[in-house]
Design a protein around this ligand. Structure first.
Ligand SMILES: [Zn+2]
Length: 150
């Protein structure tokens, strides 16, 4: 069982971590690779159902308000962000007027994994049993590891 301490971003040091890990530039700029997704994406693709999230923060972001209109209309909306240890995450905007929830995904890096080398397995003390799974991102160096034995 894994227990992560939830980091609530509140001071300058934490903001620097957000910038590095998720590509946040400032309070009104969304994290890198920010795009609207649906509830099915959150259920199937986010780390919410597996590893959950480690970071929680609040930002005000400009988002499209009327997708049907030919004129682009954006409004500044407050939303909560949930970031995982791997630099990916999702955000939720709750509209109190319509009772609707909108979801957004983001990723500090769109990971491209490769197998670890012999040296990397040793260096990072990663086991290689029948149920062990691991990889390293070719772009940012993030290493994932999990054991699927239950
Ligand atoms: Zn990466």
């Amino acid at each position: 069982m894994m227990f992560d301490k939830l980091v609530y971003i509140s001071d300058k040091e934490d903001v620097e971590e957000l910038k590095k890990k998720f590509g946040v530039i400032n309070y009104n700029t969304p994290p890198a690779n920010f795009k609207e997704v649906d509830a099915e994406w959150v259920a199937k693709q986010s780390t919410f159902r597996t590893y959950g999230f480690k970071y929680h923060w609040y930002q005000q972001i400009f988002i499209d308000t009327d997708k049907q209109s030919t004129i682009r209309c954006q409004q500044l909306k407050g939303m909560h962000f949930f970031g995982s240890h791997d630099g990916t995450g999702f955000a939720m905007y709750t509209d109190a007027w319509t009772g609707r929830i909108r979801y957004f995904s983001f990723a500090g890096c769109i990971h491209e994994y490769r197998k670890l080398t012999e040296k990397e397995y040793i260096e990072h003390k990663i086991s290689r049993g029948m149920h062990d799974h691991s990889g390293i991102c070719k772009k940012c160096g993030y290493i994932y590891y999990y054991n699927s034995s239950g």
